[in-house]
Design a protein around this ligand. Sequence first.
Ligand code: NDP
Ligand code: 2IT
Length: 469
Amino acid sequence: MIYVGVRAGRARYYIVVVHLTMDNYIESIYNKVVEKDPHQPEFLQAVREVLESLEPAIKKYPKYKEYAILERMVEPERVIQFRVPWIDRDGKIQVNRGFRVEFNSAIGPYKGGLRFHRTVYLGLLKFLGWEQIFKNSLTGLPMGGGKGGSDFDPHGKTDAEVESFCTNFMMELYRHIGQFTDVPAGDIGVGGREIGYLYGAYRKITNQHGTCVLTGKGAGWGGSLIRPEATGYGCVYFVQEMLKTRGEDFKGKTVVISGSGNVAQYACEKSIQLGAKVIAMSDSSGWIHDPDGITQEKLEWIMELKNVRRGRIKEYAEHFGVDYSTKGSPWSLKCDIALPSATQNEVDANEAKMLVDNGVIAVGEGANMPCVPEAIETFLEAKVLYGPGKAANAGGVAVSGLEMAQNSQRLFWTREEVDHKLHEIMVNIHKTAYETSKKFGDMGNYMLGANIAGFIKVAEAMIAQGHRA
Ligand code: NDP
Ligand code: 2IT
């Protein structure tokens, strides 16, 4: 396989240009996507990864070709793009772009987060919506795939600016969402604060408590306990299951985590609870190395820094007297477990090699598509336990599904109940991915297993529901 990589600042884009083994039919599907959307590299990368994995399933079940499942799947059911004007702190009108990609609703209402980040454009949200189709399917809950967001950048904005933006974003989004239609949640740049403003706007516009219309709500107004923790905890539960297949666990292991946002914070917390030592975290400016390990108290300091003061990870280094670097990445550190939990394409081929050379045994993707294709190949070739995002970070959307279930019942479950269900779901996802990889001839290749298992459920629903599904 040959890749062409383009690097712009810390963001990296990879376009696969040649693949020598792809089946002709699958290759033709992929080429059509390239022809239609040549300027959406992240989407092409995500589609390519899934299509490659699906080869054995398409061979085994020719009906998927007969019913044109792949041709239909790569095209979102609906894409909504809109203008979002808002007022900044100087009273000036600013304009951003809003999107919602409603990708596939064969097995349930569109479900997926909203990302507010300056890099957001249609292709990025199509990649995320595409991933969400298979991830949501793997949770075992009835949720279709969707994603949305804006190129609005919350960094450095006042609460009033964020509120103005969220309210104006919802002024358009509200007409497209609904408990049986489309249920957004958070992602990068959209946490509890933003969901609060979005929900408040929805309630004022519609004069309804649309409780089931957004997830990630506050626990006092329809949210689920454990939702904030769910993605990070779920990722660690998934890695725990992978480790078990080799008679290993987290105890005494050294862990490196990228990011210091929602997913990273709770991946760190659960790793600590399971007896591991987390030695690094990062943000988009740089990374810290704490060789003594981030303790629960230090983590609480990070949570306050990031969620309340909205500061930079550099301050951790100053406060606790450890190293901080803006060069390289934490993947150069020696560790047993790596949990990339910041953003897409943040582990490149060299970094994967460094991790392997330094003896990494497991990689769990807290983020969506954090490893470039060559990095994944490196892990698979080295027999590193590699948990792809669709499986490893599905805990967040799974607990969103549980939030919807509680809202529909007008009930509120305890922390223990939700955590227990989350754990059960992650164990099941692991089992499904593992057994599917075995069935399709590459035991322990969780990427293959997750992609095929996630796909088959959606494909079967599309066949059952006729050609418009
Ligand atoms: P947050 O906004 O809470 O945190 C994001 C973290 O990643 C921040 O530390 C941020 O740094 C860093 N980051 C963002 N963009 C970049 C970049 N281009 N380069 C380097 N660092 C970057 O988001 P989440 O924790 O919610 O999301 C992290 C990842 O997990 C994303 O890939 C998301 O899609 C995925 N995910 C999230 C789920 C959820 O429930 N929230 C569920 C499943 C997956 P800075 O503060 O400097 O911007
Ligand atoms: O990538 C993801 O799975 C999320 N951002 C969570 C989506 C959700 O609907 O909870």
